[in-house]
Every structure is written in structure tokens, then in C-alpha cells.
Design a protein around this ligand. Structure first.
Ligand SMILES: Cc1cc2nc3c(=O)[nH]c(=O)nc-3n(C[C@H](O)[C@H](O)[C@H](O)COP(=O)(O)O)c2cc1C
Length: 341
């Protein structure tokens, strides 16, 4: 199994599944179109020269069953079983000192988000976004950690500020309807307790043992390292870590953003992340995903597919297969007929 992002890119390359784009690409006007082309061709992409950025840009790494199976080191037919097994098993992470992700540490004026290849994904997006960042948080009251993917918009012209969609499920902003109002991904979920804690204290957070599940799926513990400016353990073998604090009660406009199914989510008042440090490997690689792409649908679909299958099994049906797709809004289920008509 590939241990980290760069060894996975090597694996893709060896199988002819990676396109390298070495000419300069503009992240605001050009990258998004090229990324969609890569997706149509079923290729992962590595953009080595992104205008204004000191990192390469990687895209569509697990956009097909084939590449997802490669990442999990299983046959395609075993992807869902492996995922379900990972949810049921745990392998405790270890904390290390020798972290590749801290080869370069940028603080103060040096910590500049604008030097990362953040892509503007859709024409009417309010700015450039981090879309594939695993947001690692720690609950200030319970100390529990959470990891989830939440989009983060670079505040225009700001060196060190992002608007963050984390814990959005608990938004109660004036003018924003509940239930049937405009929906972002965040509006679908809970996480209320941690967000309340965040309001009282300082950092947003949620739940669940995803780091330990990852460790089990990898067959070795996740290596974590203590942040340079925050009391949080982050993946030691990551390419880039953006450290920061989410001040309680502070909101900033975020959006519009071209989200799932080609719809824009409107501007919302979201949490603000104040960046305190950026740490990275030498020659870092930054990964992005497109909302609603095959890659996105596949990641979101896999966990829901696992839920659907578990529910079917609980009802004793003789399941042949189930597959959500391509938009994850519907599910095709095949079961064996038990009684003849
Ligand atoms: C590519 C990608 C982007 C996502 N972006 C967001 C987002 O911007 N906001 C959000 O709330 N959830 C987003 N999600 C979904 C969450 O990561 C996912 O539902 C997670 O399980 C939420 O966990 P939590 O409720 O513990 O925070 C995204 C998922 C993927 C795969």
C-alpha cells in the first residue's frame, strides 16, 4: 500500500494513470477546466507549475473504482468490505518527532496561503478554495479529535484567513432558514455539541475515530506529530498542514461556491480560520477535488453505500450488490428472489 501522497502518485504513474502538466497553469482561470478534462479522460493529474505557487497541484487521484482500489490496496470488488471493516476496527495512532510535513515551517509573514495553488473552481465562486483538505479539530471541552473534509475559502487578498464550512450544521444565522433553506453539505449534519463548545471556547470540533480507522486500513498506525503552533496532532506524513484557530463567535462571508450537482450554494456567514503557521515538505504537493466530480461522489457514496448495505442485511434480504451512483442521490439494489411468484 502507498504510504503517502507522493508514493501513491508514483503508483499511478507506473500504471499510466497519471498525466503530468509541466507548463504554467493559472489557478484562477485555467486549472479548473483542465481538471475537468483530466476527469473525462480518467486520468489523475499533477500540475508542476501553478502560477504564483510554490507547490505542485494534484487532482483526481481516486476518481475511479480502479484508483480507489489501488489506494486501499484491495481488489475493486472488495472496496466496500474493506471500508466497512475499517469502520469496525481501530489501530491507535502514534506520535512521532521526525515529521516530513514539518521539513519547512512558515510562521508570521511567511505563512502565506496565497503561495499555495488554491484553485478557483467555478465562474461565480467568491474565491479560491481548499476543497480536499482534511480538517483536523480538537474539541476544547472533551478533547476529542475529529477529521472531516470541509471546504475553506481563501478570504480575498488575505494572507492568512480562510472561511471554513466546518460544523456548519449548527448555523443559526439571521435570515438563514432551517430545514428547507439553502443547503450546503454542512447543513445536513450534526456536530452541534462541539460547535457549541467552539462558541464557548475556541476551536470547532466534532466526533468519531477516523484516524484510528485509517490506521487499521493502512495496516500500520497513522503517524501523527504535534502542531508547531496549535496543541493538536496532525498527520506527520502529510504534504502540507495549515495550522490555525477558529475564534469563537466570529463569522465571515463565505461563498457563493459551485457545489454538488452544479448548483451554487449562496453566500453564508461561516467560521473564520486564522492561520498561525503553514508547515510542509520540501517541494510540497497540494491536492484538490472538484465538488460533484466522480471523485467527490465516490467518496461520499462509499460511506452511504455501506450504510445502505448494512440496512439491507439487517432485514435478512439476500443481497447481490448495491451501488450508489453516479450522483449518490439514488441507489440501485440487486437482491436474490427468495420466493417464486
Ligand atoms: C471532496 C469533499 C468535500 C466536502 N466538503 C464539505 C464541506 O465543504 N462542508 C461540509 O460540511 N462537508 C463537506 N464534505 C462532507 C464531509 O467531509 C463528511 O460528510 C464528513 O463525514 C462530515 O463529518 P463531521 O460531521 O464529523 O464533520 C465534503 C466531502 C468531500 C468528499
Amino acid at each position: 500500500m502507498a504510504r503517502d501522497l507522493r508514493s501513491f502518485l508514483e503508483l499511478l504513474d507506473a500504471r499510466g494513470l497519471l498525466a503530468r502538466i509541466d507548463r504554467e497553469v493559472d489557478p484562477a482561470t485555467e486549472a479548473s477546466r483542465l481538471m475537468r478534462e483530466l476527469e473525462l479522460r480518467g486520468l489523475a493529474g499533477l500540475f508542476t507549475r501553478v502560477r504564483g505557487a510554490h507547490a505542485s497541484l494534484a487532482y483526481n487521484l481516486i476518481g475511479s473504482r480502479e484508483t480507489l482500489a489501488l489506494a486501499l490496496d484491495v481488489d475493486e470488488a472488495q472496496i466496500r468490505n474493506r471500508f466497512r471493516a475499517a469502520l469496525e476496527h481501530r489501530l491507535e495512532p502514534i506520535v512521532v518527532d521526525d515529521a516530513p510535513v514539518q521539513e519547512v515551517v512558515e510562521q508570521g509573514e511567511q505563512a502565506d496561503l496565497r503561495r499555495l495553488p488554491l484553485v478557483t473552481h467555478s465562474e461565480k465562486d467568491a474565491g479560491a478554495y481548499v476543497t480536499a483538505g482534511a480538517v483536523v479539530t480538537s474539541d476544547p471541552v472533551t478533547g476529542r479529535r475529529n477529521v472531516s473534509i470541509n471546504r475553506m475559502m481563501l478570504v480575498r487578498c488575505a494572507r492568512n484567513r480562510c472561511s471554513n464550512d466546518a460544523a456548519a450544521a449548527t448555523r443559526r444565522d439571521p435570515g438563514q432558514r432551517r430545514g428547507n433553506g439553502p443547503r450546503s453539505r454542512g447543513c445536513r449534519r450534526s456536530g452541534a455539541a462541539s460547535a457549541r463548545h467552539a462558541r464557548r471556547r475556541d476551536v470547532a470540533a466534532c466526533r468519531r475515530g477516523r484516524v484510528r480507522a485509517c490506521g487499521w486500513a493502512r495496516g500500520e498506525p497513522m503517524r501523527l506529530v504535534r502542531g508547531v503552533t496549535v496543541a493538536l496532532d496532525v498527520p506527520a506524513d502529510a504534504e502540507i498542514v495549515i495550522e490555525g484557530v477558529i475564534p469563537a463567535g466570529v463569522r465571515e462571508p463565505e461563498g457563493p461556491f459551485g457545489d454538488f450537482l452544479q448548483f451554487y450554494v449562496p453566500e453564508m456567514a461561516n467560521h473564520r480560520l486564522r492561520v498561525t503557521a503553514i508547515t510542509h515538505r520540501r517541494d510540497p504537493i497540494y491536492q484538490t477535488m472538484v465538488a460533484g466530480s466522480r471523485e467527490d461522489a465516490q467518496l461520499l457514496g462509499l460511506s452511504r453505500e455501506a450504510d445502505v448495505v448494512a440496512a439491507i442485511e439487517r432485514n435478512w434480504a439476500d443481497l447481490v450488490d448495491a451501488r450508489l451512483g453516479p450522483t449518490i442521490l439514488g441507489c440501485a439494489v440487486s437482491i436474490r428472489q427468495r420466493y417464486p411468484r
